[in-house]
Every structure is written in C-alpha cells, then in structure tokens.
Design a protein around this ligand. Structure first.
Ligand code: SF4
Ligand code: SF4
Ligand code: SF4
Length: 388
C-alpha cells in the first residue's frame, strides 16, 4: 500500500522556522516602550487612578498593545504553525481578556471568595468556572491551552517581546535551567491565595490577597523591562505560579512531546528555538522518548524546527486516533493557509469567539455586570443596598 503523501505548499524547510533573529535598536526600543506603556496602565489602575480608557492607561492597556503589535507580528511571521497560533492567541486575548471583561463583565458562577468578584474570564482565578474548565483543558491538551494559546502574558511577550528571543538575551546555561524552580515559592504563595479565597472576606484574607496581587503583579511587569537580560519569557520561566499549576497538570495529563531517537541527528535546533530553555532532545533520550516537562507550553516551535521530523505532539487527539502523528509535517500542513480546510477552521474559531462575545452581551444584560452586583444582592436579601 502506498503511503499517503501530504502536500505541503509552504516555504522551504530552512525558512519555516520561527527563528529568534537579531533586531535593530529601534525595534527593541519600541518594544521596551510598549512594555512600559502596559506597566503604566497597570500602575494607573492599581495606584494612580488618573485615566480610565484602555487605550490610555488601565488594566486593559496591555490587551490593546497586544492587538496592535499582534497584527504586525502575524504579518511578519514566517512559520505557518506559529502564525496560526499568533492569530488565535491575539483573537483570544482581544475577546476573552479585553472586550468581554471590559465591556460586559458579567457575574460568573464561582466557588469561594465573594469580594474577589471573579468575573469571566478570570481564567487564572481559582474557584471560577472558567478556571476549572481551563484545568480540564490542560489535562487533555496540555499547558498549551493557556500558556501557548490564551494568556495575555504569552501574547505580549511574543508579539512585543520578540526582539528579545535571540540567544543574546535568553539565558540558556545549566544554571538558568535550575532557576526555573524559583516559581515554586510563588506557587506556595498561590496556595495561600486559594485558601484565602475559600474563606469569608475579612481583614486577614483581604490583606493576604492584596499582598499576593502585589507579588505577582509587580514581577510580572518588571520582567518586561528585564527582557534584554532574561529573555522575553522570563516571568513564565522563573516566576509564574499559575504556570506552575498548569505545569503539574502537564505532567499527569495526556500531553507530551514524543521523541524518536533513531531519527534524531542531535543538531540541537529544538533546544535553540525553545523559549522555555527545555533540553528537548536530551530529555526525550533520557526518558524513553517522552518529553513531558512541566515547563512545556506546547508552542510547537521545537517540532516545526526539527529537520528530521523526530518530534511530535501527543494529546487527547492521539488517544482518539491512535495512528495520528502530530509531527512537523502535520503541524505545517494543518497551518497551510492555502488549504480551504485551514481557512474554514480559522473562520470557525473566530466565529466561536464572536458567538461568545454575543453570549456575554446577552448574559450580562440578563444577569447584570459586576458593577450591578451589590444592588442586585441587596434586592435579593431584601436590603435597600449593599456595598463592597
Ligand atoms: S506561565 Fe503564567 S504568565 Fe506565562 S503564559 Fe502561562 S499562565 Fe500565562
Ligand atoms: S531538532 Fe530534531 S534532530 Fe535536531 S536535536 Fe532536536 S530532535 Fe534531534
Ligand atoms: S519544548 Fe517545544 S513545544 Fe515545549 S515550549 Fe519548548 S519549543 Fe515549545
């Protein structure tokens, strides 16, 4: 029987990679300016209270920047799989992290801390319905569900921080690899936050959650500005407590990268393109062909960079279709923008986001937004009004 040949109408292999190039000083300066703008937006919302619009300094300033730079990056990206990921990432962040929470911050079913006002899409907020859905998604498809395709942090660091992906900026020593354990300190603090969120709101829990927001928020933005020294994914690599949680599920869930030692020529390209500095092929070789690092974001860069097709994604789809191999050919073929199936898939994904936006508008008009919650609860309890 003849094997099915997958046509790949794409660029030559050596141009398919999402390489970390060298960039002019003004591109780096522009990136640092955009990072600073996002930081000021957060500071303004947290402390200064000077401006209200997302374009002009509030917590959604970051999402506006992601959209602007994202359009640029999508146009410039040479790797078909990464381009597809950037389109979905920027669209997800725009709708789920900006338009809905900014315009229609409806009340989400949640378990726990009332005063935290978890409202969709608090994807990182323990106790919210979406948080549990994300955990399930991570179990089935890996950390890529959030850290690869749906987090403002990965979005801004990829679309704004791309000039700092080069080896000149990314620490790749054995010591840098060990420093990844630093995030478990933040993870312990995060467990404390989870505990506080299940308690009634009082001075202790409120102070602790304020403290937690500070130790997460400040390093989140400071690592933007440290990108020239620690690379564009410094926060994800060394500090993020949410990433640590998702990473644990990465380890026990269905996601991994399969490695075929007999094909590998040990060229090291998979390691060079990995923003998380994972020793990809070495881990596969030492672990019977399994690369199941807690750090892996499932971005697929190592897979599409591998010249011998030695690497392949593995997740729920492999369980449903045992013959499936999500290797370089597969990923690039699926992302070939000349294929009608690709265009249909992309349109369906974008239509789903528009549908979610419409549902949010309808739901918030029926149930109310977080701004109306005190009055509605007051009416429910027979009280004239309640305030936080
Ligand atoms: S590690 Fe944390 S900040 Fe980075 S992409 Fe994942 S959840 Fe977002
Ligand atoms: S890129 Fe492929 S061939 Fe090269 S070291 Fe990695 S797995 Fe081996
Ligand atoms: S190991 Fe591969 S898929 Fe995982 S983060 Fe690194 S480059 Fe991305």
């Amino acid at each position: 029987m003849t094997a099915k040949v997958i046509p790949i109408r794409l660029m030559p292999a050596n141009q398919q990679r999402s390489q970390a190039g060298r960039y002019a000083w003004w591109v780096k300066a522009l990136s640092l300016l955009a990072f600073t703008w996002a930081f000021l937006g957060w500071l303004n919302e947290a402390w200064f209270f000077q401006f209200g619009s997302p374009l002009w300094l509030n917590r959604y300033t970051e999402e506006v920047i992601i959209l602007l730079f994202g359009l640029w990056r999508i146009r410039a990206e040479k790797n078909a799989h990464t381009r597809k990921r950037l389109i979905i990432l920027v669209a997800n962040v725009t709708v789920l992290w900006w338009l809905i929470p900014w315009g229609f911050p409806f009340i989400e079913p949640y378990i726990g801390y009332l005063a935290g006002l978890p409202a969709f899409p608090s994807l990182h907020t323990p106790g919210t319905l979406t948080f549990f859905l994300v955990l399930l998604g991570v179990l089935l498809f890996g950390r890529r569900i959030i850290c690869g395709w749906n987090c403002p942090c990965v979005a801004i660091r990829e679309v704004v921080g791309f000039p700092f992906r080069h080896a000149d900026h990314v620490p790749r020593s054995a010591w840098a690899w060990r420093w990844r354990h630093l995030k478990w300190i933040w993870f312990v603090l995060y467990l404390g936050a989870m505990w506080a969120m299940t308690r009634p709101a009082d001075n202790l829990t409120s102070s602790y959650l304020g403290f937690f927001a500070l130790v997460v928020g400040v390093p989140y933005f400071i690592t933007f500005l440290l990108s020239p020294w620690i690379g564009n994914r410094g926060y994800c690599r060394f500090l993020c407590p949410f990433g640590a949680t998702f990473g644990l599920l990465n380890k026990v869930g269905l996601f991994r990268i399969d490695y075929q030692a007999d094909k590998c020529i040990q060229c090291g390209k998979c390691v060079k393109v990995c923003d998380m500095n994972i020793p990809v092929w070495q881990m596969g070789a030492a672990n019977q062909g399994r690369v199941d690092s807690t750090e892996c974001m499932g971005c697929g860069r190592c897979i599409t960079a591998c010249p011998t097709n030695s690497l392949a994604l593995h997740d729920l789809r492999n369980l449903l279709r045992p013959g499936l191999r999500q290797d370089r050919h597969h990923l690039l073929h699926k992302a070939d923008r000349h294929r009608p199936a690709y265009r249909r898939g992309l349109l369906a994904s974008l239509a789903l986001l528009v549908l979610l936006l419409a549902a949010a508008i309808y739901y918030s008009s029926q149930v109310g937004t977080i701004h109306e919650l005190p009055a509605r609860l007051g009416a429910l309890c027979g009280l004239p009004s309640l305030s936080w």
